[in-house]
Ligand binder design. Sequence first.
Ligand code: NAI
Ligand code: MG
Length: 490
Amino acid sequence: MATVAEPIKRPRIKQTQCFIGGKWQDAVSGKRFATIDPATEELLAEVAEGDAADIDLAAKAARKAFESGPWSRMDARDRGRVLYRLADLIEEELNDLAALESLDNGKPVRDARAADLPLVIDCLRYYAGYADKIHGSTIPVRGNYFTYTRKEPVGVVGQIIPWNFPMLMTAWKWGPALAAGCTVVMKPAEQTPLTCLRMAALAQEAGVPDGVINVVPGFGPTAGGAIVKHPGIDKVAFTGEHLTAQIIMREAAQSLKRLTFELGGKSPNVILADSDIEKAVQGTNFGLFFNQGQCCCAGSRVFVEERVHDEVVDRLTSLASSRRLGDPLSPDTEQGPQVDQAQFNKIMSYIQKGKTEGAKCLTGGDRNGDRGYFIKPTIFADVNDNMSIAKDEIFGPVMSILKFKDWEDLIQRANNTFYGLAAAVWTRDISKAHDFARRVRAGTIWVNCYDVFDAAAPFGGFKMSGQGRELGEDGLRPYTETKTVTIALG
Ligand code: NAI
Ligand code: MG
C-alpha cells in the first residue's frame, strides 16, 4: 500500500495590503475582502480592497517612477540584474511560495513545486537576459538622411490577471514589462491575491525601485475597471474570460490604450489510431485534468479515431477514476478543489447539461465530499459537436470525448469554434502532423505532447482566444513603442 505523506506546513501570510510607491498601505476606503481556502471554505486572510482611488495612487506612483525615478535612469543591464535577483529570491523561497499558492488557489502543492514555481523563475530569468538586448535598427532611406529606430518602453502598464496560475501570470506580466523598462499597476484576481503580494515584497528586496511595481488587490469592475479607464495608464495586459476582454476593449476606447489579451479556449486534442496509445492517453489525461481543469489551453475536446475509440475511452476512464483527490497541501494529492463557489457551480451546471443533452457520463459527474469545492474527475463519451459541453469552456475537470473517422471532417470540426488557443495531435504519421499544424487555427500546436510551455516559446490565441502573444520575443513587443529618428545629412 502506498504511504500517505504528511501535509506540509502551512505558510505564514505576510502581505495583505496594497503595495503602492514602495509602501504597504490599506485601501483608501479602508475596506477589506476575504480570501478563502477552497479546500475547507475557511477564511485565510482579509486583504485590502482597492478601488479607483487606490488605482489612481498606484498609477501616479508608476508614472513618477517611469518619468523621473531611478528606473528611468537605470541602465538596461542593471534592470536585468534586478530581475535575476528577483528570480533568485523566489527560488530561495520556492517551498513556502508553492505552499502559499496551494493554500490560496487549491492546486496540489506538488504541481506548484514542479510546474508553477520553476516556470515563474525561468520566465523572469529569460526576460532578465533580454533587458539589454532590446534595440532598434539603422534603416537605409531615400535621400541624404540617416534614419534609425529606438525601442522605447510603452510607459505605465496596467496588468489584470486571473486566479488559475497566480504567480505564473504575475511573472509572465512583470518579466517583459520590466525588461522593456515599463512600470506596472497590477491587479491580482480577487480569489488569489496572496502570492502576487508576496512577490511584490520580494521585488522590493531584489532592488526594484519604489513605484516601478504597484499591486492593488480588489475586484474586477472596481479596481480592474479603474485600471482600464485611467488616463495615466498607457497599456493594459489582461488574462481571463473573453467576455471581460470585450468590456475592457470598449472601456479602453476612450484613451485608446494598447491592449493585449490572453483568453480562453476549447482546444481540440486529437488521438489517431496510429499513435503510441499509451503516451496519447497519459498526455490527454494530463492535458485536461492538470490544475483541476482550470487551464485556458485545456484539451477539452478529445477527438478519438473510431478504430481505437473504445480502447482509448476505457483507458482514459480508468486513469481519471484513479486520480487522488484531497488536501492540496499533502504531497500525494493529484487533484485539489476548484478555486471558488462560482467556478464550482459553473462546472456542476455543465455536468448537468452533459447528462440532460444525452452524453454518456463514464466516471465522476458529482462533487467529491461535502466540504471544499472538490469535483470528481468526469468523463463524457458519445459527445456530439452541438452539445454545450463540446462548445463552451467549462474550466473544470470535465472531459468530452468525440469520435471521428475522416481526416478532412476532423480538421473542419477542430476549427469549428470561436476559440483558437491550442490544439494537439497524437500520431506517428508525419504528414498528418504537419497538415494538422498548418490547418488548425490556434496559437499553439502540440504534436505528441501537451502543455509544454517554455519562456522562449510565444503563447496566445487566434480568434477569440486573444490578441498579441506572451513569452518569447513576441511577448516583449507589446511593451515597447518604436520611435523613428531621421536626421538630415549635409
Ligand atoms: P474574469 O475574466 O472575470 O477575471 C479575470 C480577471 O479580470 C480578474 O482579476 C478579475 O477581477 C478581472 N476583471 C473582471 N471583470 C473586470 C472588468 N470589468 N474590468 C477589469 N477587470 C475585470 O474571469 P472569472 O470571472 O474569474 O472566470 C470566468 C471564466 O473565465 C472561467 O470560468 C473561465 O472559463 C474563464 N477564465 C479564463 C482564464 C484564462 O486563463 N484564459 C482565467 C480565468 C478564467
Ligand atoms: Mg468574471
